[in-house]
Design a protein around this ligand. Structure first.
Ligand SMILES: Cc1cc2nc3c(=O)[nH]c(=O)nc-3n(C[C@H](O)[C@H](O)[C@H](O)COP(=O)(O)OP(=O)(O)OC[C@H]3O[C@@H](n4cnc5c(N)ncnc54)[C@H](O)[C@@H]3O)c2cc1C
Length: 371
């Protein structure tokens, strides 16, 4: 029995567990495998970026900017957070007008964003191709160690008294009069819910909502690809890098470079297991060397597509509560960019669970926007 039962031990589940526990709440977190075994764990680091983000998420990112630099102190754990700044590179004439407008909009939202000329770009990133015409620079953007932070959240929650249970998948809900009264684990254990359930199991959420409530979410599953190069010495990349038209994101991870940006793995039809695809690895590598020619000949040490992510049809998450389960908050469909805003979202989710009041910042993410 617990006041707050959380399903899923990724960044969101572990983060909300900590936010609730530090306010003295009685919390039970249930994770199907191990903490950070989903999208919030795995190879390299994650981008913590406002630059180029959907306008509806920018207020959350602005709040997250305040939390990231102090989170390691609050959790007494490493977060690997570094404020490297993000450069959105512009290579084509066609992209300049949009980027200028976007920069202005970001400034209005309180996200420091500068227009950087070709000469300035080359000063910041001397190894870039000469084809880069300009960039939008967000100096407050950076990177963080997602695996360490997620584990740090869970450990800090446990120290404050939260019960964190791994290897405990939730299979079903017990619902009476539109209130979730208990969650049922795969082992048949019944865990009574005294106040709220937080369904934060990411890729598991749509199937579970369909099974339990007959609700369809307009989302689909993706296997995003991330790669780490061999050791590169000296490191030619100084910032978190994005690109206006190439499918590319890059960051320095220690002495290796992480390359990603939207290439994908595929599920093996026989085993159901995610697998990397040679054409996707080669495509991502080719984009990276087109932008940083110095990387031609640098090998890929590791590629991974094992972490499932859910994409919403309009590219922003779904964070809501449904009348058929009125004491259950769910959040999913992070659409490949859910990591950066985690500290802000978990704070507001905990507020909502404790007070019953939804933050106005969550308004754009209602499920009803699709109906
Ligand atoms: C490769 C990759 C790169 C990314 N890059 C970035 C980036 O650079 N910047 C950015 O902002 N975002 C990025 N993202 C997105 C971001 O990492 C995710 O949106 C975020 O981590 C999702 O967190 P989560 O807690 O909702 O999900 P998850 O971390 O997937 O956690 C869900 C947890 O629920 C558990 N679970 C599943 N079923 C059950 C069940 N039945 N019972 C109990 N537990 C269950 C799972 O085991 C899992 O641990 C990236 C994602 C991926 C996959």
């Amino acid at each position: 029995m617990a006041d707050f039962v959380i399903i899923g031990g990724g960044g969101y589940g572990a983060g909300v567990a900590w936010e609730l526990a530090r306010r003295g709440a009685d919390v039970h977190l249930l994770e199907a495998k191990t903490i950070a075994s989903g999208a919030s764990g795995g190879l390299g680091k994650r981008g913590v970026r406002a630059n180029g983000r959907d306008v509806r998420e920018l207020p959350l990112m602005k709040r997250a900017y305040d939390i990231w630099p102090i989170l390691h102190e609050q959790l007494e754990a490493t977060t690997g957070y570094e404020r490297s700044g993000h450069l959105l590179l512009l290579e084509r004439d066609n992209d300049l007008a949009h980027a200028k407008t976007m920069r202005w909009m970001q400034e209005q939202q309180g996200i420091p964003s500068r227009w950087i000329t070709q000469e300035e770009v080359r000063e910041l990133e001397p190894h870039l191709t000469h084809d880069i015409q300009a960039a939008v620079f967000c100096p407050l953007d950076g990177i963080a160690d997602h695996t360490a932070t997620t584990r740090g959240y869970a450990q800090a929650a446990a120290r404050l008294g939260a019960l964190v249970e791994e290897n405990t998948p939730v299979n079903a809900l017990e619902i009476k009069n539109e209130i979730v009264t208990a969650v049922i684990t795969a082992a048949g254990q019944r865990i009574e819910v005294k106040k709220q359930v937080l369904l934060l199991s990411n890729a598991h959420v749509p199937g579970f909502l369909m099974q339990e409530l007959g609700i369809n979410l307009p989302v689909w599953e993706l296997l995003p690809q991330v790669m780490l190069t061999e050791v590169v010495d000296p490191m030619p990349i100084n910032h978190l890098i994005g690109h206006a038209h190439r499918t590319l994101a890059m960051k320095a991870c220690g002495r290796q470079i992480m390359i990603s940006g939207g290439w994908r793995g595929r599920e093996n039809p026989l085993t159901g297991q995610p697998e990397t695809q040679p054409d996707q690895i080669e495509g991502n590598r080719a984009e990276a060397t087109a932008v940083y020619p110095i990387l031609a000949g640098v090998g890929i040490a590791e590629a991974d597509t094992s972490r499932r992510e859910l994409i919403a049809v309009d590219g922003i998450p779904i964070i809501d509560q449904l009348p058929a389960a009125s004491n259950m908050i769910f959040a999913t469909g992070w659409s490949g960019h859910g990591w950066a805003i985690t500290p802000a979202v978990v704070e507001l989710l905990a507020d909502w669970a404790l007070t019953g009041k939804r933050s106005p910042l969550f308004e754009p993410f209602r499920y009803t926007r699709f109906l």
